[in-house]
Design a protein around this ligand. Structure first.
Ligand code: CLF
Ligand code: SF4
Length: 513
């Protein structure tokens, strides 16, 4: 690590060669070719490159580590089916300017575009946290993720964490930051029990960073271009190093920007792992011109789903890559992917009294989830056994409508995303989610919804759901997509295995009913 001057970043120590910018090739793994077999229609294909053979064995986490991650919906893919997070939007200001951000909208580090409904003071945030904890026994994490940077005005963030820790000590505290002001706050964060910190790192090379950041304000100076990027990168690396040394679980988020940092993220992944990052989360650039960001207005394109998957595939399969991020709002509340913030705010407006969190309800919920997770793990093992027999070395892709609990339990018409799962001899694994508009009761024209669904499926030939109406079923069938509701309310792993086995055994009525 380069020596650190708290008032001036040592820019040249980190300068390097800019990585060649070329879009990633489409991922072979995401483009299943249908074979002429009993499993045709599931997109089953033989392995290419055999990730199974090269995946390193995962060491079992210690009990202490398990306790930190097993109920955190972002740090554990399994937890995100059961546990919720609440973001408290107490941080309106930022100390840098990313080309993908317009602060009239949420922080693109940790949000999808959409104005946060309110900016809260620490006391207002405390009230909201108490209210949401009372209404939502599945709440496990309180996060601060904008709408600006959580450490640009650190006292607001630290005071909020202090208040939450005093009132709701059983909840995990989580911070997302760009890292510029991180190094000098590591001790404060650790003293408050903040175990989970996300740093958004998009480049290690200032020349690459110069294409991503317009400016940074540091030590009373406004830096621009490569100088700003070099300062930011140095501070991010120092913050990461200090947090990891202090025992925090650091997640690095990186925005994939085609032609700017796509190749570079492979090297970044290697370096941040070496520096102690616990997880890496590569998220796609959002550059809708309507948001008024620099990238949106200058035509910088977003990555395709295939480009994102191709990069993720290169970054390893050892469980240290997050795939289930939904790029949440700065005021998100609820299970990841199902934002209940607006409903909770409306309920609070109707009944303004301050409710007290019900510890017994939270404990009871956790007991139910523990039982469910045990049952689901057992179901997943059984599914893997059945898939190995039915698929051999092949792979199948299935889209699932789920509203949580790890089950196929959502009506197609109510789904706002399709969860994509991959089945192979090792079992069933979450790959990706694809956003869609609601078919029933939504504002989008139904023909447009169906066109978007077909695009979102991108070669995935089957949807599992709890129910579907005749018209969308017929339209999807005409597009070559089977919709199956015969396994409604099964665990996802069980449903996928049953689908594959029923197809292999020729029970087409169940498998495509
Ligand atoms: Fe929030 Fe971020 Fe904490 Fe999670 S979100 S501060 S680590 S509690 Fe999660 Fe949302 Fe993705 Fe963030 S899905 S945007 S990774
Ligand atoms: Fe926007 Fe977040 Fe970047 Fe700040 S760090 S400019 S709030 S995306």
């Amino acid at each position: 690590m380069a020596s650190f001057d708290p008032h001036r970043c040592s820019i040249t120590a980190l300068a390097g060669q800019r990585a060649p910018a070329s879009p990633s090739a489409p991922a072979a793994d995401t483009q299943p070719a249908a074979p002429p077999s009993a499993l045709a229609g599931l997109g089953v294909r033989a392995p290419a490159g055999c990730a199974a053979a090269t995946r390193p064995a995962k060491a079992a986490p210690s009990a202490a580590l398990r306790a930190k991650i097993e109920d955190h919906p972002c740090y554990s893919e399994d937890a995100h089916h059961h546990f919720a997070r609440l973001h408290l939007p107490v941080a309106p200001r930022c100390n840098i300017q990313c080309h993908y951000c317009n602060r009239k909208f949420d922080c693109a580090n940790e949000s999808r575009p959409g104005v946060t409904s309110a900016r809260l003071t620490p006391l207002e945030a405390r009230e909201k946290a108490l209210r949401v904890a009372a209404a939502m026994p599945q709440l496990s994490v309180i996060g601060i993720a904008g709408p600006g940077d959580g450490l640009a005005d650190p006292e607001r963030t630290l005071e909020t964490f202090r208040l939450i820790k005093a009132e709701l000590p059983h909840l995990k505290l989580c911070l997302s930051t760009n890292g510029l002001a991180l190094p000098e706050h590591v001790d404060d964060l650790r003293a408050l029990g903040v175990d989970h910190v996300t740093i958004t790192m998009n480049a290690l090379d200032p020349a690459v960073g110069a294409g991503i950041y317009a400016w940074a304000r540091f030590g009373g100076e406004r830096l621009e271009g490569a100088e700003a990027a070099a300062c930011l990168i140095e501070r991010q690396r120092l913050g990461l190093e200090r947090l990891a040394a202090a025992g925090a679980l650091v997640k690095v988020n990186s925005v994939l920007i085609p032609g700017v940092n796509d190749e570079h993220l492979v090297e970044l992944n290697r370096v941040v792992r070496e520096q102690g990052a616990f997880l890496h989360n590569v998220i796609p650039l959002i550059s809708d011109p309507a948001h008024g960001t620099h990238y949106g207005l200058t035509g910088q394109r977003e990555p395709t789903a295939a480009e994102l998957e191709s990069l993720r595939a290169r970054l390893g399969e050892d469980g240290r890559l997050m795939r289930h991020c939904r790029q949440c709002r700065a005021d998100a509340a609820g299970l990841i992917g199902q934002d209940q913030g607006a409903q909770l705010d409306a309920a609070a407006a109707a009944e303004p009294a301050e409710p007290r969190p019900d510890a017994a309800a939270a404990t009871a919920y956790r007991a139910v989830v523990a039982q469910e997770r045990g049952d689901r793990r057992q179901a997943a093992r059984e599914a893997a056994r059945r898939l190995a027999a039915a698929l051999g070395d092949g792979t199948a892709y299935v889209a699932v409508c789920s509203k949580g609990g790890g089950r196929v339990n959502q009506h197609f018409g109510h789904a706002e995303e399709l969860q994509i799962f991959r089945a192979d001899r090792r079992g069933v694994r979450f790959v990706d989610h694809r956003r869609i508009d609601r078919y029933c009761g939504g504002e989008t024209d139904k023909d447009d919804v169906m066109a978007a669904v077909r695009r979102a499926l991108d070669g995935v030939p089957v949807i599992l759901c709890a129910k579907i109406g005749e018209r969308p079923r017929r339209e999807l069938a005409e597009a070559g997509v089977a919709v199956v509701d015969a396994y409604a309310f099964d665990y996802i792993e069980t449903a996928v295995a049953r689908l594959v086995v029923d197809r292999a055994s020729g029970d087409a009525e169940r498998a495509v009913a």
